[in-house]
Design a protein around this ligand. Structure first.
Ligand code: SF4
Length: 372
């Protein structure tokens, strides 16, 4: 029996697919070369961008032929996109040959759903669950081991669907994270560990005995062994001085911080509900540069947010020019159903968004050239 997983979206999803692979291998499945020779195909989906959802629907639709050829083929669609009840129901209505449609919280029970499908049932579930600490991972990266430290997000940035599909922040217990990392290090396969979370800086606040992210970093660095530690993603409103000092002082921590700014204009930052100002963001960058002069800093930007004027977009360009990031990711704003921003007036024309993203990337390219 063979499996094939198709993963969309962010690193969290890539890591979750490592969990899906481990569940399937524990059931006796082996990795297939392609979807054509698989007995089970799993789509681990993303809801962040509209394009990603369209691609999922197109690719799931294309499986109808395979299912006709092989009636025993099991097709499962899971992840952020199918955590949304309406999307999950629409998907099943449109593609009744799909066997399992489950949300992010139901992945730990995948084995149970597959067994039920073999007994003639079809599954559609998207209820909220808890963190499952007991599941192993089939790590797919050669050098780097991803370690999830928390799930969900409490921030509700107005453009973002994550809090709706991943739920509120749930931190893993520190002892479980340390145990997992010790096991990874003792295996000797990985020289790099990357901690993952939607907002790692708020790690541990929800635990019964709260633990700060800085403490977690220091405690991981006490583990014996030759490894490098990094983390993503940070939120400017939660990045504390203690975390900056930990990056500065701990040899094992990579001198690298990814700090999404999203906009360089205060009115837009406020509309995005980012809860920091341009000035605050610049002061954090100044602090990082002062404390860790060799620190690489990267960022994310969204251009064409509803009602963004030319002048406000120019503030973003100005911030990018001022900070001179090591690299940036720039995205055109895309409305996601169910978010506050999707209902805002003055949505920006795609042509304008496209011009703005190209302008920002051109500035970035010029800065990179000058830096060489
Ligand atoms: S911090 Fe904002 S952008 Fe990041 S996951 Fe949370 S809501 Fe989304």
């Amino acid at each position: 029996m063979k499996y094939f997983i198709v993963t969309y979206g962010c690193q969290m999803n890539v890591h979750e697919s490592e969990k899906i692979a481990a569940i399937l291998e524990n059931m006796g499945y082996q990795l297939a070369f392609s979807r054509n020779d698989a007995d089970i195909i799993v789509f681990n989906t993303c809801a962040i961008r509209e394009g990603a959802e369209d691609r999922v629907l197109g690719n799931v639709g294309n499986l109808k032929k395979l299912k006709k050829k092989n009636k025993d083929l099991i097709i499962a669609v899971c992840g952020c996109m199918t955590q949304k009840e309406q999307t999950a129901q629409n998907l099943l209505r449109k593609f009744p040959f799909v066997d399992i449609v489950i949300g992010t919280f139901n992945i730990p029970n995948l084995k149970h759903y597959i067994e039920a499908v073999k007994n003639g049932r079809q599954f559609e579930l998207y209820n909220e669950g808890s963190l499952d600490e007991s599941l192993p991972y089939k790590r797919s990266d050669k050098d780097n081991a991803w370690v999830n430290i928390m799930q969900g997000c409490n921030n509700f940035c107005t453009y973002c669907i994550v809090p709706y599909v991943r739920g509120r922040e749930k931190s893993r217990k520190e002892e479980n994270i340390l145990k997992e990392i010790k096991e990874i290090i003792s295996e000797g396969k990985f020289k790099k560990i990357t901690l993952l979370g939607q907002n790692v800086n708020s790690y541990g606040k929800d635990l019964e005995k709260p633990v700060s992210f800085a403490k977690l970093l220091h405690d991981i660095c006490k583990i014996e062994g030759d490894f490098k530690l990094s983390f993503m993603t940070s939120h400017p409103k939660d990045l504390t001085d203690d975390v900056i000092y930990a990056v500065r002082d701990e040899e094992k921590i990579e001198k690298y911080i990814h700090l999404p700014a999203q906009s360089g204009n205060n009115r837009i930052l406020n509309l995005m509900n980012r809860r920091y100002t341009r000035e605050k963001y610049l002061s954090i960058i100044e602090k990082i540069r002062k404390e860790i002069p060799n620190c690489r800093i990267t960022s994310d930007f969204i251009v064409g947010f509803p009602s963004e004027t030319k002048e406000e977009f120019n503030d973003t360009c100005d911030l990018v020019s001022k900070v001179k990031f090591d690299s940036i990711f720039a995205f055109m704003y895309s409305p996601r159903e169910g978010t506050v921003a999707s209902k805002m007036d003055n949505q920006i024309d795609d042509k304008v968004k496209n011009e703005r993203v190209n302008k920002l990337l051109a500035i970035e390219k010029k800065l990179q050239k000058e830096a060489k």
